[in-house]
Write a protein of this length. Structure first.
Length: 419
């Protein structure tokens, strides 16, 4: 069905109507525009054909020439005052419908005042008008075409975008995201760290249940060399101590931590915890970090990794709730494909994600708004070319939107060719 209806008087603006019809056909295709002299076949009931065309039109162009308002019949009565006047019926019906009515002023014609029109046409002057002049034809056509495009592919879209939401609208890219796989791997690694931390915790509890305090004497600082990331040699010091065990024997131990500067100095006394049941017991400093360093480090890192992975896995569920709400409350628009952008800032397994970029001209602000698809891990260029893509937006916040990606999985409906 045609989306654009041209209403005109033949003795007022037939030439302009024909030229306008050809311009629209060239840009949008012959099936997009309805014009009585072209689209009503011989023998068809004229009022029924007009009514059907108006019901399916999203844009009605009312061509107003110098004689549109005052045109009269053979008896001198003004045509607009007659109920059976086809132009009056066309305009009156279109003003009642959801279509966008655009008065088009031909060669300097003026938009009539409300009081000059019949009651059922008196809202026509409230509509924003466009001019169509021979001397400024190209720029006038360009401005009018912008209005037509906004009307067909805007928040009012019904036949195409709304139907897609009900059938096959899919804002989720097909295939498993590498981030989801990475989240499962991180969850497994985090669980291993938590298990190791728990093992250290239990081991430490058993050790502390038997440990006694002894005084150790720092006898030496063992030097250890290590190279940093810049290839420079760094020196660390690991304390070596001696203490007397319960059997009266001198026991030499080396503490686990190495640092620079050294934690202790030679000759310094340190309170240690040792297991008196073991002759050469492991010794740890009697401090909080001496007792719990390994359980806290391994367990803490493991918990943080698990929490992060759980958030990544739970995020799609939260997003699905927002998606369902936006699909229910949002409005569909048809956006024009701009390009496919590769995000070189992100790399997973040697691959960069792709984003489909589309744009739409806001009919309120007349500014172009761009939309970006979620990350796609396969170049969709050949699948997206020459398409207009449905995007569901929050009318109150255009930054909240969902892009239809059903064409990537082969579930898309009719391809809408780009204008």
């Amino acid at each position: 069905m045609a989306a654009i209806f041209i209403s005109y008087r033949r003795d007022d603006s037939a030439g302009f109507a024909g030229a306008l019809e050809r311009e629209i056909t060239t840009r949008l295709g012959a099936d997009r525009v309805f014009m009585d002299i072209k689209d009503i076949e011989g023998g068809t009931e004229f009022p029924a054909a007009i009514d059907t065309a108006l019901q399916t039109s999203q844009v009605v162009l009312v061509l107003i020439g110098p004689r549109w308002l005052e045109a009269s019949d053979g008896q001198g009565a003004r045509r607009l005052d007659q109920l059976d006047d086809f132009v009056r019926q066309e305009v009156a019906r279109s003003l009642k419908n959801e279509a966008r009515v655009i008065p088009v002023l031909i060669e300097g014609a003026k938009l009539p005042a409300a009081e000059q029109l019949p009651v059922d046409l008196q809202t026509l002057p409230h509509r924003q008008a466009r001019e169509l002049r021979n001397s400024h034809w190209n720029e006038d056509i360009a401005a009018l075409m912008n209005d037509i495009r906004e009307s067909i592919f805007s928040l009012d879209t019904r036949e195409t975008a709304v139907a897609k939401i009900g059938k096959d609208f899919n804002p989720i890219a097909p295939g498993r995201s590498p981030f989801k796989v990475m989240a499962f791997i991180a969850l497994a690694i985090g669980a291993i760290f938590v298990a190791i931390g728990l093992g250290f915790f239990i081991y430490q509890l058993v050790f502390l249940s038997h440990a006694t305090k002894v005084t150790g004497h720092v006898t030496n600082l063992l030097k250890e060399e290590s190279r940093n990331d810049n290839g420079e040699t760094e020196i660390y010091y690991r304390p070596q101590l001696e203490y007397i065990n319960s059997a009266g024997r001198t026991v030499r131990v080396t503490l686990g931590e190495a640092s620079n500067p050294p934690t202790y100095e030679v000759g310094e006394d340190v309170i240690l915890l040792v297991d008196p049941r073991v002759e050469y017991s492991r010794a740890i400093p009697d401090t909080f970090w001496g007792r719990w360093t390994f359980p806290i480090v391994f367990g803490g890192v493991g918990i943080l990794v698990c929490v992060g992975a759980a958030v990544l896995l739970a995020w799609p569920q939260l997003s699905n709730r927002k998606t369902r709400r936006l699909l229910k409350e949002g409005k569909p628009i048809l956006t024009t494909f701009v390009n496919v952008e590769e995000n070189s800032m992100v790399e997973v397994n040697g691959r960069h994600p792709f984003h489909v970029i589309t744009q739409w001209r806001n009919p309120v602000s007349h500014e172009f708004v761009q939309f970006r698809s979620p990350a796609l891990w396969k170049d969709p260029t050949y699948q997206v070319a020459n398409r207009m893509i449905t995007v569901v937006v929050d009318p109150n916040n255009l930054h909240r939107y969902l892009m239809d990606l059903s064409f990537l999985s082969g579930a898309a409906g009719t391809i809408i060719r780009r204008m």
